[in-house]
Design a protein around this ligand. Structure first.
Ligand code: TNX
Length: 495
């Protein structure tokens, strides 16, 4: 049996990979996925069989097994072992006639499936995995991507593609920016005019759109089945023109605001003293919490350029109280760190130009930090001066810029353990289609995913550049648009 000619090129890099001698495991119609009988394992088994069938071109079946039933030659076995493994930890073993993924939870099995996908190589007209042992777990528990569906609307079909991509790189939080000046993207029963009057607008007069609650819940379930949690964001007390357009009672004059389709920021605002404001926040965040099974709701809080500190703090408090009253934990952009916060609040760092002192103080008082530095993780920034799409306020972000940074070292003086994760963002002022979106995400999302998953001492730019090159053919096969960064030699032989 010929040995593989190229080493494995896994992204994100796992903790431990041991390639061994021996014959490959060839995926064929004789391959069977086996998994346990709990609903999460069944869903995972179906997904794994679908993926293996699609890659290999042969129909791979699923078999559900009792815990005691031994695995058999030809099996791709997903095995829960909560006594030895926990969370997203997993082991992957390929031993000639058997593939075994072991983890303590369904999420862990999901991460193992993502690695299994990456160890398969083209072989004799199908795909095969050579003997390997992988032991892996993430550094950060929150590895996210924030997608702005407000400036331009990206609906369920587009977002399912985004979720698939996230799962492939072991990202686990899809943060949806559901409201902004230009549009409101989630229909809510307590305030039907939000979607009815502001769902149809978008930047430049482009077509808008919104999620019905059923569509939203279906997306949340699709993501959950792939180990991805959805964190919804309703941006207040700024970025609210769409709400002011739908409900005149939220403006001091009582008149609805004109619809807005430009791309300026910072001009719209709620007003703390209006009688309609607090009920609005309570109802909206209550409705959002009700359609969100996850623990977190994001209240925005960014770029309020037309408000005194006190009023800003009152409005952040009202929104946070509404989220907590609905049983969820609060996430907000870094500006909320200038207000008194409950311990445990998640503060999302983004603007590297702002004074970090309030963030450090908030972290010392018990806030948790999510790192989305504009100059590294804002995947709506142009790659270079020639990039047609994207913005430039945080500079250009080539692939290496998105890769070579350490989340815990960004803000000096943070207490140990206060950084809970890393999130890339993609704002859509200039992005109109799924191809536009994917061109900005790939290859940089793979880089941020490795920053979030892999320990610093196992990250190396040259090594990453070699590994990520092998992913181009995969993106092509999936039909993803991507940017062939000149920093990588994309001409790779796989075999
Ligand atoms: C800043 S990031 C914003 C967004 C823009 C983005 C464009 C943040 C919290 N606010 O409103 O869309 O820059 O890159």
């Amino acid at each position: 049996m010929p040995a593989p000619t190229t080493p494995l090129r896994l992204v994100p890099a796992p903790r431990l990979v041991r390639e061994a001698e021996g014959a490959p495991f060839v995926v064929s119609a004789a391959t069977t996925v086996t998994t346990g009988v709990s609903p999460a394992e069944v869903a995972l088994g179906v997904l794994a069989a679908e993926q293996l069938s699609r890659i290999s071109g042969s129909t791979v079946e699923v078999r559900y097994r009792d815990v005691a039933e031994p695995t058999q030659p030809g099996d791709v076995a997903f095995v829960l072992d909560p006594e030895h493994l926990s969370g997203e930890q997993y082991h992957l073993d390929v031993v000639e006639d058997l593939v075994r993924v072991t983890a303590g939870t369904p999420e862990g099995l999901m991460r193992g499936l993502a690695t299994l996908h990456q160890v398969l190589r083209p072989h004799d007209g199908t795909f095969a995995a050579w003997p390997v042992h992988v032991e892996d777990e993430p550094v950060h528990g929150w590895r996210g991507l924030s997608v702005d569906v407000a400036r331009h609307f990206f609906g369920p079909d587009d977002l399912r593609v985004v979720v698939d991509l996230m799962a492939a790189y072991k990202l686990n939080v899809l943060h949806l920016h559901l409201s902004d000046d230009q549009g409101w993207r989630l229909d809510l029963p307590s305030r039907p005019d939000l979607a009815a009057r502001s769902g149809g607008t978008a930047v430049d007069g482009d077509p808008g759109g919104y999620f019905t609650t059923e569509e939203f819940q279906a997306l949340v379930a699709y993501a959950a089945a792939r180990g991805v949690r959805v964190v919804p964001e309703i941006d207040v007390p700024g970025h609210v023109n769409a709400a002011l357009h739908a409900y005149g009672e939220l403006t001091p004059s009582g008149e609805p605001a004109e619809a807005y389709t430009g791309i300026e920021v910072g001009f719209s605002r709620l007003t703390a003293d209006l009688p309609a404001t607090e009920p609005f926040l309570r109802d909206v965040f209550g409705d959002v919490a009700a359609v969100t099974p996850g623990e977190y709701v994001h209240i925005g809080g960014d770029e309020v350029h037309t408000m005194e500190r006190d009023e800003y703090a009152r409005l952040v408090r009202m929104a946070s109280d509404a989220v907590r009253a609905a049983g969820k934990q609060v996430v907000g952009w870094q500006e909320i760190a200038t207000t008194p916060l409950e311990p445990g609040t998640v503060v999302q760092y983004w603007d590297t130009r702002m004074d970090p002192a309030p963030i450090v103080a908030a972290a010392r008082a018990g806030a948790r930090l999510l790192m989305s530095p504009g100059s590294k993780a804002y995947l709506d920034m142009k790659y270079d001066g020639d990039t047609a799409l994207g913005l430039e306020w945080a500079g250009h972000i080539e692939l290496r810029d998105a890769y070579a940074w350490e989340p815990t070292a960004l803000v000096p003086g943070l207490p140990e353990g206060s950084v809970i994760g890393v999130e890339a963002t993609v704002w859509t002022e200039t992005l109109r289609s799924l191809d536009d979106l994917m061109t900005m995400l790939l290859p940089r999302l793979a880089a941020v995913a490795e920053v979030a998953w892999t320990p610093a001492d196992r990250r190396d730019w040259d090594d990453f550049a070699t590994r990520v090159a092998a992913h181009g053919p995969y993106w092509d096969a999936e039909g993803y648009a991507w940017y062939p960064s000149p920093q990588v030699d994309w001409a790779v032989e796989l075999g």
